[in-house]
Design a protein around this ligand. Structure first.
Ligand SMILES: Cc1cc2nc3c(=O)[nH]c(=O)nc-3n(C[C@H](O)[C@H](O)[C@H](O)COP(=O)(O)OP(=O)(O)OC[C@H]3O[C@@H](n4cnc5c(N)ncnc54)[C@H](O)[C@@H]3O)c2cc1C
Length: 415
């Protein structure tokens, strides 16, 4: 009799991790990963950082060498899209008309670039930055580029800007918001990044929007903004967010709302189908919102481990502390928790330097911490949040106050 099959759709961070964790947990059934990109699973974070700078190779960004999959009995199908799910027959269909019968199906389909809805977006020299192939093409073009315009001052746009500035490209960033990473960062930390990007020679233009992209002979030459400016460019990088890849889940009528809806153990509306990573709209214990969709390596990996654990008969709810990092030039940002808008911002350290933290309080309770180049302090902050340890704004603001003293003491050998 054939062994039960776990089919994983999406060969990204989450898809890789669920398969790897199943084997670590001694799952001995069949595991198949299907990915539509032509590569084995790889890490996306270096694509906007070391990879663009030529400091990481394709092999170094791979999550594991290709041999890993055969060695661990994981069937890896790349370059093929899953196009339909038949929930009654427990079958997932691929674009070449082949099918995979599953006992459990894991949707790890991630997200894709949000397209730029203006004329000229299809000109040559306009790049997005999500996949290895996109990063490869961009890196090649950067070798001869002189001027770049970045549309979107979010994490990806600013990471690219910092990398490009380092290679000597003149960079201008435009955003409709009034500050960098406005959706995710406190005003205090945003201000530090605005100053430091200016110090890297990057021009930041806020409260403005792109009207159209200009071109000559099919190649982009500049960006026209709604306030009448023309910014010349030989490359344009678009980083205006992502759209979750829910279409496959929609083929079998799974509940969807800004992502595939899952419960606290990452199950969709069907007990034979889980969803994890960037595509999963889940109830996060650190959020006030009914549902959250997170785009981070931590979230993709931890949700994958949660599902693997359930499949091998050790279910637990998903309750990991969300955390995220972003490296922009020499600025190493770490963030944890899920603070709401309008939190009280308490700065620890000197915001005029490149090493400080911002503690975020909602109704007197710590809900998030952002740290710049303060890794040890950030680790303590994570422990405070995970342990739901009470900390006051006064303690957080006082750089001489030892945050570690608030943490429960580890048990001694005698206790
Ligand atoms: C340039 C860049 C830099 C980043 N930097 C950081 C960082 O510094 N820190 C951090 O925490 N996070 C970072 N992230 C975010 C992080 O990489 C993502 O949150 C993470 O990769 C999500 O993993 P995932 O497996 O859910 O989705 P993905 O990595 O998007 O993988 C999903 C895969 O499924 C495939 N797929 C979709 N539909 C189908 C289908 N029907 N059939 C087959 N395959 C399908 C997709 O093509 C894709 O390959 C970065 C992301 C990018 C793009």
């Amino acid at each position: 009799m054939s062994k039960p099959t776990i089919a994983v759709i999406g060969a990204g961070q989450a898809g890789f991790q669920v398969a790897a964790s199943l084997r670590e947990l001694h799952y001995d059934g069949r595991i198949v990963i299907v990915g539509d990109e032509p590569h084995a699973p790889y890490q996306r974070p270096p694509l906007s950082k070391a990879y663009l700078l030529g400091e990481a190779t394709d092999a170094q960004v791979a999550l594991r060498p290709v041999a890993f999959y055969a060695q661990h009995g994981i069937e890896l199908i790349t370059g093929k899209r899953a196009v339909a799910i038949d929930r009654t027959r427990c079958i997932v269909g691929l674009e070449d008309d082949s099918v995979i019968q599953y006992e459990h199906l894991v949707l790890a389909t991630g997200a894709r670039n949000r397209p730029l809805p203006v004329p000229g977006a299809d000109l040559q020299g306009v790049f997005f930055l999500r996949t290895l192939d996109e990063a490869h093409a961009l890196r090649e073009r950067m070798a001869t580029a002189k001027r770049a315009v970045v549309i979107g001052a979010g994490f990806i746009g600013l990471e690219f800007a910092a990398s490009a500035a380092k290679t000597g490209i003149a960079v201008t960033v435009v955003d409709v918001a009034d500050r960098p990473m406005a959706r995710a960062l406190s005003k205090s930390m945003s201000a530090v990044f605005a100053r430091e990007h200016a110090n890297m020679g990057i021009q930041l233009q806020f409260n403005t929007q792109v009207l159209r992209l200009l071109g000559a002979s099919g190649h982009v030459t500049g960006v026209e903004t709604v306030d009448g400016q023309t910014l010349s460019a030989d490359i344009v990088v678009v980083g205006i967010g992502v759209i979750p890849n829910v279409e496959l889940a929609a083929t079998c009528d799974l509940p969807i709302q800004n992502g595939v809806i899952v419960d606290e153990v990452m199950l969709t509306g069907d007990p034979s189908i889980s969803a994890i990573g960037d595509v999963a709209a889940h109830r996060n214990v650190y959020s006030q919102d009914a549902r959250t969709r997170l785009e981070s390596v931590q979230n993709a990996s931890d949700q994958a481990r949660c599902v693997a654990s359930r499949i091998v008969g050790k279910p637990h709810r998903y309750d990991a502390l969300p955390w995220f990092w972003s490296n922009q030039g020499n600025l190493k940002l770490q963030m944890c928790g899920l603070p709401t808008n309008g939190c009280e911002e308490v700065v620890r350290g000197d915001v005029n330097s490149t090493a400080c933290s911002v503690f975020l309080f909602h109704q007197g309770k710590l809900t998030g911490v952002e740290s710049l180049n303060r890794a040890a302090e950030h680790m303590q902050a994570r422990k405070l949040l995970t342990g739901r340890v009470a900390v006051t704004p006064q303690q957080a603001a006082d750089a001489t106050f030892d945050l570690k003293s608030l943490l429960p003491k580890p048990p001694t050998a005698a206790s």
